[in-house]
Ligand binder design. Structure first.
Ligand SMILES: Cc1cc2nc3c(=O)[nH]c(=O)nc-3n(C[C@H](O)[C@H](O)[C@H](O)COP(=O)(O)OP(=O)(O)OC[C@H]3O[C@@H](n4cnc5c(N)ncnc54)[C@H](O)[C@@H]3O)c2cc1C
Length: 467
């Protein structure tokens, strides 16, 4: 695809459509906008960075760019992990970060209507103040809700409450030709034809730019308690997960972690984890309507864990203890990042009963290639985050080992019935692995869907699908 670069006339149009202070050009754009949280996937600078404030502004910018064949890349907070929000072909980087108003909390329908640039942490706090709860809780709380919806972000509470998709009831979207459409609404159910709503969710800004979201809320649980459960081996640790899931105790979160990661997080945060003597840990969380109810559930869970081979089970029921555990869990990625000059990630999801087999395969790959690999993840939903660390390897050796490691990891996940991404998406970094895993016929259908929405391929080109 041949694209047009942004010229002086285009800049004038953007300045007139938005306002001059919200259009930044060329060398004035910070290098931070050339990548997301995975700089290993390269840096690609836009010709212009445009901060939009409304659907109408976005509509006019898109219609102009569509006509001129200027690529447009939507961007939220840039915390993505697969190169989704980087302008591979230059053009316009269109930020929805300043569209950050919570427009309404409808307490009767238990919905909220928001602009896409609202940060997850601000939104969660806002609704909690009204005794309502927005369950999706991806690790990075400074991400925007628009970015969360466009990546179908998962997170720690998915075991009980599901992922972002389960909380999206309505969207306003600007299509690449500038049309503004609405999908869904404040509706608890909807069988009115194909669900465009669910096609947009997780589409990584390749089909349209989201300008308004209607999100589902639920009543706030009164009490939550976490359990830290140490094990002598990862095998025992992961083997306990089905026992907990079958128990009808309905855990909110079931996270697993290696000892090495806990040590790295402690070093990174300058704060000790409550226990670091075991090889592997489960971090469980439960919630409910009263302290007694949740404590009873925790007692039963602790009993099941110990019976399955756990060394012990430590309760965390005060704000301080909970933050000690969950802050450490939230810092894993940053801690691993700070321990190595470069890393690459794979975010596969496998059937829950295959996590142990996958973890074993990761260890085998690390040993075979003599490379440091760290992993942790959402044991309750089969989503494993694997980080291959460069450490002291020279460029050529790193590239060779990384390529071989990724190839084997994705192959292993696929053989276990898994998929390329559980929650981070495809971006441009995982396109080849998507094709390998899903096959040409499947990808060809994705490309045809892309063509229906964006025949000129101006919107976030080179993401999810190659063309
Ligand atoms: C420390 C850390 C922990 C993380 N933990 C998790 C986790 O637990 N679970 C998880 O799922 N993710 C996690 N992430 C990844 C990341 O936070 C999510 O992918 C998040 O949803 C990205 O939101 P963002 O606002 O930063 O979007 P960006 O990175 O800016 O963009 C992400 C994608 O959405 C598109 N996009 C953004 N805004 C719009 C819009 N308004 N309209 C159309 N398209 C748009 C972009 O084009 C891009 O394709 C983590 C990241 C970090 C750094």
């Amino acid at each position: 695809m041949n694209y047009t670069h942004v010229g002086e006339e285009d800049l004038s149009f953007f300045r007139l459509t938005c306002s001059p202070d919200r259009v930044i050009a060329g060398g004035d754009i910070s290098e931070d906008f050339g990548h997301d949280e995975m700089p290993v996937y390269g840096s690609y600078m836009p010709d212009a960075l445009v901060y939009a404030l409304s659907a109408e502004e976005i509509s006019r910018v898109l219609a102009h760019c569509n006509q001129r064949r200027i690529p447009v890349t939507p961007r939220g907070a840039g915390t993505g992990l697969c190169g989704g929000a980087v302008p591979l072909f230059g053009g316009v980087l269109l930020s929805t970060e300043k569209m950050n108003r919570i427009l309404e909390v409808d307490e009767e329908n238990m919905t909220a209507t928001v602009e896409p640039g609202v940060l997850l942490m601000d939104f969660s706090a806002h609704v909690l103040n009204k005794n309502l709860f927005y369950p999706p809780e991806p690790g990075e709380k400074t991400a925007t809700l628009g970015g969360n919806v466009m990546t179908n972000a998962g997170g720690m509470k998915a075991v009980k409450y599901g992922v972002t998709r389960d909380y999206v009831m309505g969207l306003e979207v600007v299509l690449p030709d500038g049309q503004i459409i609405k999908a869904g609404g404040k509706l608890s159910k909807n069988s009115s034809g194909y669900s465009l709503l669910h096609l947009f969710v997780g589409s990584e800004g390749t089909l349209g730019i989201v300008t308004k979201l209607v999100l589902k809320l639920i009543p706030k649980p009164s009490k939550s308690v976490s359990l830290l459960v140490p094990f002598d081996s990862m095998e025992q640790c992961i083997g306990t997960v089905p026992v907990i899931l079958r128990s009808q105790l309905k855990p909110v979160a079931v996270e697993f972690m290696q000892r090495e990661i806990i040590l790295e997080a402690g070093k990174y945060l300058g704060r000790d984890f409550p226990d670091k003597s075991a090889e592997a840990y489960l971090l469980l969380s439960f919630d409910g309507g009263s302290r007694e109810e949740v404590e009873k559930i925790c007692d039963r869970a602790a009993e099941l864990c110990v019976r399955a081979g756990a060394r012990d089970a430590f309760y965390a029921d005060t704000a301080e203890r909970l933050s000690c555990l969950w802050d450490a869990r939230g810092a894993f990625l940053e801690a691993i990042k700070s321990s190595t000059p470069e890393l690459d990630e794979c975010d596969v999801v496998v059937p829950r009963n295959s996590i142990a087999a996958f973890a074993k395969a990761v260890d085998a790959v690390a040993q075979k290639l003599d490379i440091r690999i760290r992993y942790f993840g959402h044991a309750g939903d089969g989503n494993v985050h694997v980080y291959v660390c460069r450490d002291q390897l020279n460029e050529a050796c790193w590239k060779e080992k990384l390529g071989a490691a990724m190839e084997e990891l994705y192959k292993e996940a696929s053989m276990l019935g898994g998929k390329v991404s559980g929650e981070h998406g495809i971006g441009h970094a995982k396109i080849d692995f998507l094709r390998e895993s899903e096959g040409g016929q499947y990808v060809a259908l994705l490309e045809r869907i892309k063509d229906v929405f964006d025949p000129n391929r101006i919107l976030n080109p080179g993401k999810v699908v190659r063309r």
